[in-house]
Design a protein. Structure first.
Length: 202
């Protein structure tokens, strides 16, 4: 399907590594974006960098949620308009991905407000890659605030349940993706499970 007006944002090392294995024919149907982090080197005098669409910006903050989310809050606004139809893809274990979620949803990672959201994020879809480092059940405790904030904003969130052939799963997700039939994705793509969103119980 041609979704050239839809953004696909690959966030973090895991997502951008998998992106290289997705057929170009599929990716060409979308407006592609990328967000990466590269560590600096004291020995070489190099600063850490946030890399947005291959454009490197010096990052002088600590590699932790609050500083990353503040930096990304400004960066993501230039990368993608928050009101446009977008798919965010990333490994929930990576701090960069977690910080991107907080920045996108305009939440403070250290003080997530308990009141219901007044902002409509129905144009946003999040695809969680199966973490390469640990089981997802164990990971839930690590990212409970991220899961909470996605649930608070009723963001349609899917999990690729297997660490094998994730590129193939994303290829199928992007092939079948349509904003009008988003809730059918779970049934169209093998190994994809909707864990949060408009049709899941509160």
């Amino acid at each position: 399907m041609n979704n050239s007006t839809s953004n696909v944002v690959f966030i973090g090392n895991h997502a951008n590594k998998i992106r290289k294995d997705i057929p170009v024919e599929t990716l060409n149907d979308y407006s592609l974006k990328s967000v990466e982090y590269t560590r600096g080197s004291l020995f070489d005098g190099e600063n850490s960098k946030l890399v947005l669409n291959n454009v490197a910006c010096d990052y002088n903050g600590e590699y932790e949620l609050e500083n990353l989310s503040i930096a990304l809050n400004f960066s993501l606004e230039h990368l993608v308009k928050n009101s446009s139809n977008s798919i965010l893809i990333g490994d929930p274990f990576e701090l960069l991905f977690q910080a991107s979620i907080y920045a996108w949803l305009k939440e403070n990672p250290m003080n997530v407000k308990l009141n219901a959201s007044a902002t409509d994020f129905s144009h946003l879809t999040v695809i969680l890659l199966y973490p390469a480092t640990m089981g997802f059940e164990n990971l839930r405790k690590e990212i409970s605030h991220v899961v909470y904030v996605l649930k608070k904003h009723k963001v349609n969130t899917f999990l690729i349940e297997n660490h094998i052939n994730q590129a193939s799963a994303i290829d199928n997700i992007l092939y079948y993706f349509s904003p009008e039939t988003i809730l059918q994705l779970e049934h169209q793509v093998k190994g994809l499970k909707q864990i949060l969103g408009h049709s899941t119980p509160v």
